[in-house]
Structure formats: structure tokens, C-alpha cells
Design a protein around this ligand. Structure first.
Ligand code: 5IU
Length: 449
């Protein structure tokens, strides 16, 4: 390692951009180190040095524009663009809910290429997300420059997707320099390396709760990824359809408040079917109020949903108190948070989705996964990649072929949903509105698994 770079690493350490101790991550895991490069922008010398090092790294590459991912990398990118005398463009951080605005700010010509600069790379997901925004705006993106590669192997992942990663510092190099300068000892270094290596594995074990495990077992046993959405208004039709479908589904999704003849016998009969044909009952209640109110709605009222359903849907909009209100003190119950709806022009933008995933990860003991939708394989895959390992993606708005209805519902095909990584598909009218229900359910089942 050259003198310039080790000097740079020491400066990062001195400005507290790299810290050692015990830090609780968003995931709840405790990390022995923490990297926060946001403050480099407040140290003019360090900022300049960062830009110089990046310029050295990228000056032989071919690109037309320079971009930085807001907020941290944008000032650095501005300096890099200035030094290389290339135009700066950048992608909006907050996506507009309706997606009508061009996500790229600045003037550019379609078909040209852009270098993307970020501060830190862990999994590569946010960089890929940004690259996709540029690509959908008609720009080419191949090269990424980052200050620190925290994972040691993000370059491998990116190269599989056709991207080149140019990192100034890899985690191991950084640890070596700090050790040489007596900032870290061997035991701390092995603790850090062990943490980085094992954290992915630890996360996947931690986030699968007992309800999720039941769902995963049923998927394998039944060789099906099908959730039937049975929105009919009377018990006769309900059980007639269930008779033809029950053995092929992993969960039955209900809206009990649609039934005009709901009564106690309905619940008793439904539970008998669930036990006999081994599916979970999923009341799609979409709770959305404060903890105290949803607790009453879930456990009381005429429906007493908590008595008979295994899982319910929950809006994250009121904050985490809703999960406490619903599930505190109950066993073997879980919720699915709404992360991205299937209806056209819904207001759940990327920022909202990300917040929901963070909330679900923190409450993984009662959150089995997320309701999410995408209109293409790439969009579904992007969402799926953001979901913590061990939690599930349930996708509504699915039919054998893509389609839409007159009230805003958008359908993506089963093939795309599964290829994008949906763990379960939620299908209603694709099955229940068909003349031959038995035949329809078999088609969806085999296409899903
Ligand atoms: N549902 C959606 N989209 C969503 C959510 C729930 O379609 O984003 I959240 C529900 C509505 C309906 C079922 O009960 O899933 C889909 O039924 P169809 O397959 O008939 O459209």
C-alpha cells in the first residue's frame, strides 16, 4: 500500500469516520466497528484528498458524466467532476411517489455513460438501485468508484451483474494499516473479520420466526407457493371454492368483513378446513391505527380475528407501536407489513418501502415478511434483494398473464413473480372467477413452484 493511501486511512480514523467499540446496527446485530463517512465533507483537506484519490483511480476509464449518490458522495463527486472537467448529474434520493418525474437531475444525452461514486459499499444493493435509475433514463453505467468496500467481496457480486467496482480501500487493507500504526490489536481484528464473515449467516437465522418456518415447511410439503384470496360475499360460495382448492394452497387469504352471512359457525368450519388441509388462515385486515386501537380491533369486536387467524396484514404508517399493540403477549401469531402495493399510482415510494423493511427487520419475531409488488422481474428482484434474509415476500396482483382491472389493480405474471423471487403469490380472481376452479388452481400451483 502506498504512503498516500495509508496516510488517508489514518486521517479517516482520526476524524472518527472509522470507529471501534460496540455498535447496534439497524438489524439489531452488534458490530465491533462502524464506518461513517458523512463527516469527511466537513474536513476540506480530507474531502480534497478523497477526490484526488478517486480521480487517480478512475482517470483511465471511459465515461461521459460523473455522478455521486446523495448525500455523502455528492460533494466528493462534484470535486471529481471538476478535476476531470466532466459534467455532473445525479439521481434524486427521494423517489417521487407517482414516478412521473425524471429521476435524474442535470442535462445529459441518452446513450452516454456515467461513472457513479458512493462512499461505502456493503452489499452493492444501493449502487445497483441507482444504476437502474440511470439505465431507465437511457444512460449507460458500468463503473462505480467507492471509498471503502466494507464487505471485501462486493466487487464479485457486482461483476456478476456486469459492473466494475473500483474501491480505494478494502476492509482488510484498512485493518492492516491501523494495526501497523497500533490503533488496533490482533484480537480486535479477528473479532471484526469474524463479524463480517458471520453476519450474513446470523441474520438469516435470526429473522425466521415460528410462523415463517411453518409457511416454509408447507411450501415444501405441498410443492406450492400459492395463497388463495377468497373475496366472496357468502359462506356457500366460500366453502364451495375452498373444497376445490384447499389441499393445494399454503395460505388462505380472507376478508371476513366482506361476508354478508358471517357468524360463529363460519369460523369453526374454516378452522376445521385449515387443520384438515393444512393451510394457514391469513386475514388481510390491513390494520392501520394506533397500538391501543388495533389491539381491540384484532382481539375483540364481532370478528375476534386473533382467535382464529394465523397471520394478518399490517400498515407500518402509525409506527412500530402498531406491532406491539397487535402481537404483544400472543403466541404463534405474525404479521406481514405492506411494503409496496399492487394498485396503480399507490403512494408507497421507495423511501417508504425502505422504512417498512427496517421496521420489519427490527420486529422480526412477529413480522414474517412483506406484501410487495413489482411490474417486472427486475423490479421484483430489486425489492426481494432488500428484504432481510429469512423474511418472506408475498406478491399480490398476480395472474397467469399480465393484466389490469378497471379499478387500478395491476397484474404481473406468475412466471415473472417467481423469477423475481416472490416466496408466495396471492391470487384471487385468476382462480375464483374461472369456470373450472380446480383446473385454475392446479395451473397456478404448478406455475408457482
Ligand atoms: N391485495 C392486492 N394488492 C395489494 C394488497 C392486497 O391486490 O397491494 I396489500 C389484495 C386485494 C385482493 C387480493 O384481496 O389481494 C387480490 O385479488 P385479485 O387477484 O382478485 O386481484
Amino acid at each position: 500500500m502506498n504512503f498516500q493511501l495509508s496516510n488517508y486511512i489514518l486521517k479517516l480514523y482520526e476524524t472518527n469516520a472509522i470507529k471501534f467499540g460496540e455498535f447496534t446496527l439497524k438489524s439489531g446485530l452488534k458490530s465491533p466497528f462502524y464506518i461513517d463517512l458523512r463527516h469527511i465533507n466537513s474536513h476540506p483537506e480530507l474531502l480534497k484528498q478523497t477526490a484526488d484519490l478517486i480521480v487517480d483511480q478512475v482517470k483511465k476509464l471511459h465515461f461521459d458524466y460523473v455522478s455521486g449518490i446523495p448525500y455523502t458522495a455528492l460533494p466528493v463527486a462534484t470535486l471529481v467532476a471538476d478535476k476531470l472537467q466532466k459534467p455532473l448529474i445525479y439521481a434524486r434520493k427521494e423517489e417521487k411517489a407517482y414516478g412521473t418525474k425524471n429521476p435524474i437531475i442535470g442535462q445529459y444525452e441518452k446513450g452516454k455513460s456515467c461513472l457513479i461514486i458512493d462512499d461505502l459499499i456493503t452489499t452493492g444493493e444501493s449502487i445497483i438501485e441507482t444504476a437502474e435509475k440511470f439505465q431507465s433514463a437511457g444512460l449507460k453505467t458500468k463503473d462505480f468508484a467507492v471509498i471503502i468496500d466494507r464487505s471485501n467481496d462486493a466487487a464479485g457480486l457486482l461483476s456478476k451483474q456486469g459492473f466494475n467496482l473500483h474501491s480505494l480501500i478494502k476492509l482488510d487493507q484498512m485493518l492492516d494499516v491501523l494495526k501497523q500504526h497500533h490503533k488496533l490489536d490482533d484480537s480486535k481484528i479477528s473479532q471484526i473479520k469474524f463479524f463480517v464473515k458471520s453476519s450474513n449467516k446470523a441474520e438469516s437465522i435470526a429473522y425466521t420466526n415460528t410462523v415463517t418456518q411453518k409457511i416454509l415447511d408447507l411450501i415444501e410439503q405441498k410443492k406450492s407457493r400459492l395463497v388463495l384470496s377468497l373475496d366472496v360475499d357468502n359462506q356457500h360460495d366460500f366453502f364451495k371454492i375452498l373444497d376445490q382448492t384447499a389441499e393445494h394452497i399454503v395460505m388462505l387469504k380472507t376478508h371476513v368483513d366482506i361476508l354478508t352471512d358471517f357468524d360463529e359457525t363460519f369460523i369453526r368450519r374454516l378452522r376445521e378446513y385449515a387443520d384438515k388441509y393444512r393451510f394457514l388462515i391469513f386475514e388481510d385486515r390491513k390494520f392501520a391505527d394506533i397500538g391501543n386501537t388495533v389491539r381491540k380491533q384484532y382481539r375483540g369486536g364481532i370478528y375476534r380475528i386473533a382467535d382464529w387467524s394465523d397471520v394478518v396484514t399490517v400498515h407500518g404508517i402509525p409506527g412500530e407501536g402498531i406491532l406491539q399493540g397487535l402481537f404483544e403477549g400472543l403466541k404463534c401469531k405474525a404479521g406481514f407489513l405492506l411494503a409496496k402495493m399492487s394498485s396503480k399510482a399507490n403512494l408507497m415510494n421507495e423511501t417508504y418501502t425502505r422504512k417498512i423493511l427496517e421496521m420489519g427487520q427490527q420486529h422480526h419475531s412477529v413480522v414474517s415478511g412483506y406484501i410487495g409488488h413489482g411490474t417486472s422481474v427486475a423490479e421484483i428482484r430489486r425489492l426481494k434483494n432488500k428484504i432481510p434474509k429469512g423474511q418472506l415476500l408475498l406478491m399480490p396482483g398476480v395472474k397467469l398473464q399480465s393484466d389490469k382491472d378497471s379499478l387500478g389493480q395491476q397484474y404481473t405474471s406468475v412466471r415473472e413473480a417467481i423469477e423475481g423471487g416472490a416466496d408466495l403469490i396471492i391470487v384471487g380472481r385468476g382462480i375464483i372467477a374461472q369456470n373450472d376452479i380446480k383446473k385454475a388452481v392446479m395451473k397456478y400451483k404448478s406455475a408457482s413452484y
